[in-house]
Design a protein around this ligand. Structure first.
Ligand code: 218
Length: 210
């Protein structure tokens, strides 16, 4: 008697939809890495894959975004990292793929505030929360790459250059450019396709808002 079957099945349905969206976003992020985005294994990169993860983080929160990041990281490790010479040893591979990519889920730290603002029609506030999330998640990923750069990629530094400076230029530059790109694209998406950020199956959705 304690089981509300309709509510139970609706919740299971929502869980399945979130899992499907997570898988689609991970695949989309991976597909985008086939667009040229860097000049070498130890160079500044423009990370387009952060854009779909940011959309998922604002739409579904940190946990789905972290799972999407994790799956994307495993795909990037297998499909590009190993063959492309970006996996130097098991410890570095573990740090720079599963760990660094999963941390992108931190973009969803501002999910609740973002949802409140976007559903309340507060566009400027919503963009502020989205941009803050993008900055946090991207910073977390590239902080791992920055540390890995110092520990594992020092031999790629130009002769005589301090490895901390080298890693800061490569990974700080990547973080900066990728963050700016994600902020610009998400800012545009918030204007042209705000429905991307508003799931129609949430508990918080009032019946009239649809
Ligand atoms: C200085 C330096 N060069 C290369 C790397 C490796 N790195 C950097 C950014 C992102 C990724 C993941 C694959 O795109 C990797 C492996 C580094 N950390 N530091």
């Amino acid at each position: 008697v304690g089981i509300h079957w309709e509510a139970f099945f609706m919740q299971q349905h929502k869980r399945l939809v979130v899992i499907l969206e997570t898988a689609i976003i991970a695949a989309f992020a991976m597909a985008l890495t086939y667009i040229p985005h860097t000049t070498g294994v130890s160079a500044i990169e423009l990370n387009y894959g952060l854009i779909p993860i940011a959309v998922l983080a604002m739409r579904r929160g940190a946990i789905p975004a972290a799972w999407a990041g994790f799956v994307w990281g495993i795909l990037d490790l297998i499909l590009r990292g190993l063959s492309g010479g970006s996996v130097l040893n098991p410890v570095q591979g573990f740090l720079e793929y599963p760990i660094a990519f999963t941390l992108v889920g931190l973009m969803g730290l501002t999910f609740a505030s973002f949802q409140k603002a976007v559903r309340g029609g507060e566009k400027v506030k919503a963009s502020g929360y989205a941009f803050a999330g993008i900055i946090v998640g991207t910073f977390a990923k590239y902080f791992i790459h920055f540390i890995a750069g110092v520990v594992f990629w020092g031999s790629y530094a130009p002769k005589g250059m301090n490895v901390w400076i080298y890693s800061l230029i490569v990974n700080g530059g990547s973080a900066l450019f990728s963050t700016v790109l994600a902020i610009v694209v998400v800012g545009i998406l918030l204007t042209v396709a705000p429905q991307l950020f508003i799931a129609k199956d949430g508990k918080s959705l009032s019946t009239k808002a649809a």
